[in-house]
Design a protein around this ligand. Structure first.
Ligand SMILES: Nc1nc2c(ncn2[C@@H]2O[C@H](COP(=O)(O)OP(=O)(O)OP(=O)(O)O)[C@@H](O)[C@H]2O)c(=O)[nH]1
Ligand SMILES: [Mg+2]
Length: 246
């Protein structure tokens, strides 16, 4: 059996975040049927120095919530499966209510690396921006299937055409928001189209953003569970309908 990718290294200068800054960071994880990975994701974040983690169990049929809680996360649960956008908005509202100064969104399927969070938050800590968007194409991916890579590039062009915002990676779940930016944004598209909706809102609100190179590791598990190619059509339809109904 092939060993699972670790995410590898990225050439970049080390960053250090002041303990006060770390205390104000809340990591929000939307999770749907992720009992196999969510516990280790939460543990990795907490041992990397990010103690405040909230997992929103999005109507899972497995032990996602129990695994997250056992690993030390605060947990919330949607009684029915509503989609990643809705789960993120639930978690962001919770984190704001707990006084978060910075909010980081992070996937539950083990694709992100906890030590990328410091790199994502560093430009916010330095007062250079209000939003940092993780980019796997400015950074590094391991195990990404060619068909998925092609689709992600189509997604970038789609976002560029529809929002006028040119990103190197438009659908990366790893992002950081200042408190004020999180208060200004409001995810209304419940499912995966929220990623394009967020870019639209960032542009409309005139919020400053930067892209930050991060790693995304596709494992056999995450490839098996992740988005199917046909889902892109549904995402585009949801997004365009959302734009019409705004
Ligand atoms: N698929 C799916 N994921 C959800 C849902 N609600 C929350 N999530 C979480 O959203 C995160 C991203 O889901 P993925 O399906 O892996 O989407 P992705 O990472 O953009 O797509 P891939 O690149 O194919 O992995 C994971 O942490 C999921 O557990 C839901 O209703 N469906
Ligand atoms: Mg995934």
């Amino acid at each position: 059996m092939q060993p699972e990718p670790t995410g590898g290294q990225l050439a970049r200068a080390p960053v250090s975040l002041a303990p006060e800054m770390r205390k104000g960071i809340w990591v929000v994880i939307a999770a749907f049927n992720e009992e196999r990975t969510v516990g280790s994701v939460v543990r990795e974040l907490r041992t990397t120095g990010f103690p405040n983690v909230v997992v929103v169990d999005d109507g899972s049929r497995d032990r996602t919530r129990a695994s997250a809680a056992a690993a030390g996360a605060s947990t919330l649960r949607h009684a029915i499966n509503r989609g990643q956008g809705a789960a993120l908005q639930t978690g962001i509202c919770y984190a704001l209510g707990r006084g978060a100064e910075t909010i980081v969104t992070f996937d539950a399927d083990g694709q992100h690396c906890a030590d990328d969070v410091a790199y994502l938050v560093a430009p916010l800590a330095a007062g250079r921006t209000a939003i940092a968007l993780g980019s796997r194409f400015a950074g590094r991916t391991t195990g990404l299937p060619p068909s998925r890579r092609a689709l992600l590039h189509v997604g970038r062009w789609f976002t560029w055409l529809s929002s006028g915002v040119r990103l190197s990676d438009a659908h990366n779940g790893l992002r950081a928001f200042s408190r004020d930016a999180a208060l200004a944004l409001d995810i209304r598209l419940d499912r995966m189209a929220h990623a394009s909706e967020l870019i639209d809102q960032i542009r409309r609100c005139g919020l400053p953003w930067v892209e930050v190179p991060v790693r995304v590791r596709y494992t056999a598990y995450s490839r098996g569970k992740g988005q199917r190619s046909w889902a892109a059509l549904r995402i585009a339809t949801d997004y365009l309908l959302g734009k019409l109904m705004r």
